[in-house]
Design a protein around this ligand. Structure first.
Ligand code: SF4
Length: 285
């Protein structure tokens, strides 16, 4: 059994601001890794750039901090090279819904077997408070001193339209609930997407812990069933109250399942003696 202490990374000091919503996302992720009994040497956490992108530094599994917006692209490469690895991707709203939005759409429709957690604080935190794709309309930020004029992205609706097979939303103020969602995402075979309300206590004074505590309710405490895509769309657009929990889940073959090259063993375990790399190098160099 994997123990929580095995995941402790002693060589890096956590640099998030006191009170940041990222602390409980980190704790929820660690708890989910333990609950799912994922062995650290078979687990890779991939991130983009941003405050939340530092998570791979703070967990003792394999980790890869990629380029801004490219976490899913790097994670896809890792998954295809060795599809036996458990791949978990983390990143913020600017990283995933702005710079990396294209990767989000295509990873969703391809249905890679991986878990994607977005720390959605509705602002660019690391670069000190500019509007992000999920900042609310009229919100005043450093980059929008007269208020945001664009319509925010709806990540749940986007994932539904793009074809993700597990779609959920959590709140970093409810660690146990969030950890349970991450566990469900890890166990799901296919692309599991979890948007997380993560208050940035420094730059976003609208979407605070108190704001979400008042507005959130749990889908599983209603008669909602996460098996109807049209009903999930309807839930995705609720704004008076904000649903958290699993919006939608379906089973569909993964991208890896459909690749004949992976049917016998992971690519990294396949022999390369019969491949003439020299010829390829000469062709392209
Ligand atoms: Fe967290 Fe915001 Fe501080 Fe970044 S700037 S560490 S998101 S509170």
């Amino acid at each position: 059994m994997v123990e929580l202490s095995q995941l402790h990374e002693p060589t890096h000091t956590i640099t998030w601001c006191p009170g940041c919503g990222n602390f409980s996302i980190l704790a929820a992720l660690k708890k989910a890794i333990v609950d799912c009994n994922l062995e650290p040497h078979n687990t890779v956490i991939v991130s983009g750039i941003g405050c939340g992108g530092k998570i791979p530094h703070f967990i003792k599994t394999y980790g890869f901090e990629s380029l801004h917006g490219r976490a899913l692209a790097a994670a896809s490469g890792i998954k295809l090279a060795n599809h036996k690895l458990e791949v978990i991707v983390v990143g913020g709203d600017g990283d995933g819904y702005g710079i990396g939005a294209n990767h989000f759409i295509h990873a969703s429709r391809r249905n890679y077997d991986m878990t994607y957690i977005v720390q959605n604080n509705q602002i660019y935190g690391l670069t000190t408070g500019q509007a992000s794709p999920t900042s609310e309309k009229s919100m005043k930020t450093k980059s929008t001193p007269f208020g945001v004029i664009e319509q925010p992205i709806n990540p749940i609706a986007l994932a539904l339209a793009a074809g993700a097979t597990f779609i959920a939303r959590g709140f970093s103020g409810d660690l146990t609930h969030l950890s349970n969602l991450i566990s469900q995402g890890i166990k799901h075979k296919g692309f599991a997407f979890i948007d997380v309300f993560q208050p940035c206590v420094i730059w976003n004074h609208i979407n605070t812990f108190e704001y979400f505590r008042k507005k959130c309710y749990k889908l599983e405490q209603t008669d909602y069933k996460p098996n109807d895509k049209f009903e999930a769309f309807r839930k995705a657009f609720e704004t008076d109250k904000l649903p958290i929990g699993v919006f939608y889940q379906e089973q569909r073959p993964t991208y890896e399942d459909e690749l004949p090259q992976l049917s016998t063993s992971p690519l990294v375990k396949q022999p390369i003696d019969n491949i003439d790399i020299q010829k390829t190098l000469e062709k392209y160099l």
